[in-house]
Design a binder for this molecule. Structure first.
Ligand SMILES: [Fe+2]
Length: 351
């Protein structure tokens, strides 16, 4: 099943490539003329080197005009090289340009039905909206947060979950995160629940957690709580990040002990690989961390590099389901290619 999910993700990326390539190829055409002269300098100099070989020079007619030394096939090769180099240069530049300008703001709501064994009938259809990897900081500010708020509102959540990397690298942005969470809280009847990610530890996890508390969010770091109504409930549990700073660590057993054993459980864990510890203990794990690879050109190297190939989307593992959100912000360069920022609308189905 995991392989199928990965294949789905890859095919999604391929489809996206088709959609966006029109813009990129337009760039190729428009820049080809400009860059040809620059690139052709390198191509010609290669020919000059080959001309310097004495044995070849002796067998040729005396060179008068530089161009007369070049055979038709070499000319074809030169033309090909010139255009290929120009295209590669332009594609790279154009792609980075597109990713920086537009890719990181191609906001997408992914609606995903998730069957939950043992979910009370009264909670059938309950909507959990997941935001992950917002990375509030230098490149994600008020404009992006307002866009996120509008998307969450559009998704009509019963519960909002934030699965880590809420700040990028600087605790000075914690108050802005707090104001954002305050605005989210009234949008869902069960409020906002949150865990930290590795970047929150880099930025200053105490400041992040204090901002979340002040904003009225349920802090789920190694903690559990019941979510439901008179008809029944499920257990929402959360863990600290696997790369938590010294003195802290994920503690799933502690979180599970805070909810009854006989209710279905949904786990918030920043890194997908945590499922290796949680499989069979929870019905669903919600994660982020990978940014869906963040930069992809149809083929996504992250699928080979990251543990188990868990990069984005749904994976069925044993009795558990993993869902990996592509994230909302960016880490490192503010660029996304064919991995659009995501707000996930998970619709729980009683199974
Ligand atoms: Fe992240």
């Amino acid at each position: 099943m995991a392989k199928r999910a990965v294949a789905d993700a890859v095919s999604t990326a391929v489809v996206s490539t088709d959609v966006v390539s029109t813009d990129v190829s337009t760039d190729v055409v428009s820049m080809d003329v400009v860059s040809t002269d620059v690139v052709s300098t390198d191509v010609v100099s290669t020919d000059v080197v080959s001309e310097a070989r004495p044995s070849e020079a002796a067998s040729e007619e005396p060179a008068i005009e530089h161009e007369s030394w070049i055979s038709p096939s070499a000319m074809g090769r030169r033309a090909f090289n010139r255009h290929a180099s120009a295209a590669a240069l332009t594609l790279g530049t154009g792609s980075a340009f597109y990713g920086a300008l537009f890719g990181r703001r191609d906001y997408t709501i992914e609606e995903v039905p998730i069957p939950i064994a043992g979910l009370p009938r009264t909670l059938d259809g309950l909507t959990v909206v997941q935001l992950s990897d917002i990375h509030v900081g230098s490149f994600v500010g008020e404009g992006e947060l307002r866009a996120a708020e509008a998307l969450v509102r559009e998704a009509r959540p019963d519960l909002i979950v934030l699965t880590g990397d809420l700040l990028d690298h600087d605790a000075a942005y914690a108050p802005q995160l707090g104001r954002f969470v305050e605005r989210l809280r009234p949008l869902a009847r069960f409020g906002v629940a949150a865990i930290p990610g590795n970047h929150d530890h880099y930025a200053g996890v105490e400041a992040v957690e204090e901002a979340l508390r002040r904003a009225g969010a349920h802090l789920m770091t190694n903690a559990g709580r019941l979510i439901g109504d008179g008809g029944g409930a499920f257990g929402l549990v959360g863990v600290d990040d696997l790369w938590a700073k010294e003195g802290r660590a994920p503690n799933l057993e502690r979180a599970l002990a805070m909810v009854p054993r006989d209710v279905p459980k949904i786990l918030l864990a920043h890194q997908p690989v945590f499922l290796e510890q949680a499989v069979g203990k929870v019905q669903l794990q919600l994660s982020g961390h990978t940014h869906g690879g963040q930069v992809s050109l149809g083929w996504n190297p992250a699928e080979l590099v990251l543990p188990n190939g868990w990069v984005r989307g749904r994976y069925d593992v044993g009795e558990s389901i993993l869902y990996v959100n592509r994230g909302f912000g960016t880490a490192g360069p503010p660029t996304r290619l064919f991995s659009p920022p995501e707000v996930t609308k998970l619709v729980l189905v009683a199974a």
